[in-house]
Design a protein. Structure first.
Length: 202
């Protein structure tokens, strides 16, 4: 006999539990990952000069990520310059456990990337530049869709802009003067608070 047959009521749906990603010590970065490399030419007197550009992302896998752009005559040097800039551009992402706190649309030029929170176990549903950035940021469950240009640089920068636009539930609640529980799903809010407490313990 099922629970519904015993009580006459449908079983309660269990809430999804968002795992809290690891919290790293400040400065504990992972290896940089190259998003895109391009060869460019400059026309000068007597011919053309070739150089390389590299778009690089670096993160700690626990909520911090940065994007950098480097240019040099050799690929390794372009990657090195991109990595240095990515480190300078590091910022913290508002996360709720293993996903983002709310839906957001990141825009850069013709690039438009829609990011949506996902249930635990969903994984990173994204491709190309967006996937690399989300993984480096330590986001394990998210839905991402490119709605504009497919250019890797535009997609990467639009993804970064979207992550920067994410707002913490407690800050939104303070600004609006209403409790966070009134506009954030319970599971997401609990995961956000657990993560905040874990960070406070370090």
């Amino acid at each position: 006999m099922t629970n519904m047959e015993k009580t006459g009521k449908p079983p309660r749906k269990q809430e999804s539990h968002y795992p809290v990603p690891r919290v790293t010590e400040p400065g504990q970065m992972r290896e940089s990952r190259v998003v895109h490399i391009n060869r460019v030419a400059k026309v000068v007197k007597g011919g053309r000069r070739f150089s390389f550009t590299a778009l690089v992302v670096i993160g700690d896998g626990a909520g911090r990520v940065g994007l950098g752009y480097g240019k040099a005559k050799e690929v390794p040097l372009a990657i090195q310059k991109g990595t240095e800039e990515a480190k300078r551009n590091l910022f913290s992402v508002a996360l709720a456990g293993s996903t983002i706190v709310h839906q957001v649309l990141g825009i850069n030029g013709a690039g438009r990337v829609l990011l949506k929170p996902a249930a635990p176990g969903t994984g990173v549903i994204a491709g190309g530049a967006a996937r690399i950035i989300l993984e480096e940021a330590g986001i394990h469950d998210v839905l991402a869709k490119s709605l504009g240009s497919s250019n890797s640089i535009n997609v990467a920068r639009a993804t970064i802009n979207g992550l920067k636009d994410l707002q913490r539930p407690d800050e939104i609640a303070r600004r609006r003067g209403i409790p966070a529980e009134s506009f954030v799903p319970k599971g997401l809010l609990r995961a956000f608070n657990e993560r905040k407490n874990a960070q406070g313990a370090h």
